[in-house]
Design a protein around this ligand. Structure first.
Ligand SMILES: [Mg+2]
Length: 190
């Protein structure tokens, strides 16, 4: 099978790390009022920041976060096993923004450092569903409802990786960890 996989909040704990850095930014660069609305998805809402602050925060810390973010549990072993079993792994990440100079290089360096195996990396491109279609993905895994919706419209099976901000959605099969994904893929082949 050819499996397309998102990176941030699918194999990496990106939002968790961004939240930690937002707390630091708030203290160092803002007045340090702390979190004002913990349920707000956007940082200028969660914190007492303007849209400009939010962009400045990303500009200040995004690269550092993406270079150092932790891999989720079981990812390294499950991906390795899936490749050994003949599956093709394609990581596909958008990671847009002026603050990232070379999205491909940053992503490749991180995957290699973390010992995450892959067959191909597509980085810095918003057109995930076009790639999913033209590369004939058999399965696509992402935490973004928007991406899952667009890819499933191409007739491709999708798994929605569980995050606290996509829990209202009931449209897709939800997976909570990489052991569960491994089992799902095995059941698919039966
Ligand atoms: Mg993501």
């Amino acid at each position: 099978m050819r499996i397309g996989i998102d990176i941030d909040d699918t194999i990496a704990d990106t939002n968790e790390m961004l939240e930690a850095y937002a707390g630091i930014y708030d203290k160092l660069y803002k007045e340090g009022h702390g979190i004002v609305d913990k349920n707000c998805y956007k940082f200028n809402g969660m914190y007492d920041w303007s849209e400009e602050d939010r962009l400045d925060f990303f500009k200040t810390y995004m690269v550092e976060v993406l270079e150092n973010v932790e891999v989720k549990d079981y990812v390294v072993d499950v991906i390795k096993k899936l490749r050994q079993e003949g599956n093709e792994i394609i990581f596909i990440t958008t990671r847009d923004g002026d603050y990232i100079e070379d999205c491909y290089k940053l992503t490749k360096t991180w995957l290699d450092e973390k010992n995450v195996e892959y067959d191909m990396i597509i980085a810095g491109d918003k057109r995930k569903s076009d790639y999913a279609d033209s590369l004939k993905f058999d399965l696509f895994i992402d935490d973004s409802i928007k991406n899952c919706t667009k890819v499933s419209e191409k007739g491709i099976d999708v798994l929605l990786f569980d995050t606290k901000y996509n829990r209202y959605n009931k449209d897709f099969k939800r997976v909570k960890n990489w052991q569960e994904i491994y089992e799902y893929i095995h059941d698919m082949k039966k």
